[in-house]
Design a protein around this ligand. Sequence first.
Ligand SMILES: [Ca+2]
Length: 478
Amino acid sequence: MTRRESLKRIAAGAAGAALALQRPLSRAAEVSTVKPNFIFILIDDMGWADLACYGSTFFETPHIDRLAAEGVRFTDGYAACPVCSPTRASVMTGKYPARLHLTNFLVGRRWPTNPPILPVKWQLHLPLEEVTLAEALKAAGYATCHVGKWHLNEGKVSQPDQQGFDLTVPKAPNDADKQAAGFTDAALRFIEDHKAKPFFLYLCHHSVHIPLEARKELVDKYAAKAKPGDAQNNPIYAAMVECVDKSVGRVMAKLADLGIADRTVVVFTSDNGGLSVKEGPNTPATSNAPLRAGKGHVYEGSIRVPLIVKWPGVTKPGSTCSVPVSSQDFYPTFLEIADVQGDPKHVVDGVSIVPLVRGAGGLKRDALYWHYPHYSNQGGRPGGAVRQGDWKLVEFYDTAAVELYNLKDDVGEKNDLSKQQPERAAELRKKLDDWRKAVGAQMPARNPAYDPARPSVPQEPPQPKAEPKAKVGGAAKQ
Ligand SMILES: [Ca+2]
């Protein structure tokens, strides 16, 4: 063990004491004193409307639908960011990406020529000094395994095995179908090998991200039912969705076969909204309708994602929850379920959603926030958003314009009410600004050379150099 790892272990290990949580005995607690297992299944770029249990009539997802029928389905589950890496950083740390300065995918690109604002120098890997969810659980005796996509490293720095995972399986055969199957094979082996002790399995498929590719027979199946005028009709993407659905089915069957399903908490979600514009061959992938836009923006289609939680004996089978929750909430939620306190010095922005999972009570959270100070590959502009109750304010950093929506009446964000309700818009804008200051969010500076008479044209820019802070935790020698 390196010195750094020792320090991290000590920090996380201080943690070991159980929280004196006053709550009714769960079935899981009654039948076993063994801590529950966790399986976190993260799909890449799966949209909110991509599952039959979320209303899709084109995609076939019987295994994920069954998971929803056995657990609680969140209608307003969010990713902390509209692109990959920041959401993953948020899952691992319980923090807002804005606080981590890890606000874009690694490594982001596409800043326009003649931009009105300048790029921020975002964090290019998850700092090693962060006590990750894997480290916190490992310190409490959990076996930890990462399978599939990681996307939080800068080369060899901040790989899963440096962030608390005993085992990491980053590669599987390249074909999309076989890759999902290969990752699942690895996950099942880990489950089987660790059936007798508490484990945390972080299963991250590369699907259903581009490049879109799948077996011909499966594509043909969906091509036969695709209707040109329908919002969702991409047969290749549908085949990929079926592959990850099969993966979920295999994981659940393995838990049942081993007799450990009753003490295994399963979470299924996505890291951002579905790709709803052209980006490479065979795209767009999907439609997030009735939500607006998709991956790469700060509208609902960009950040609202499928989220299902099954905690056997605790979640009410087939229930739904409409309280907004987000990626940063899993960290405190898992620690509460496992009765692990975590490092008291580790700042967490999320809140435990255990009351919601139990179906007993709400959350004491005022609002949720997003900060994405980048141009995206999908046409998104630098911006932020705040959701408080049914109200959502979107702010664009290049123009300083805001939009105000009431999601209860207008989930598609079609009717901007900022002019009709300027006071509410101003109040939410201040709230968003106060939050950005509180978490130390990086705001793009105005570009003094900007010429409004010339167009801004998206391009591949030179990569911004990481802040010196990024290198401090970098420990490049390791
Ligand atoms: Ca993604």
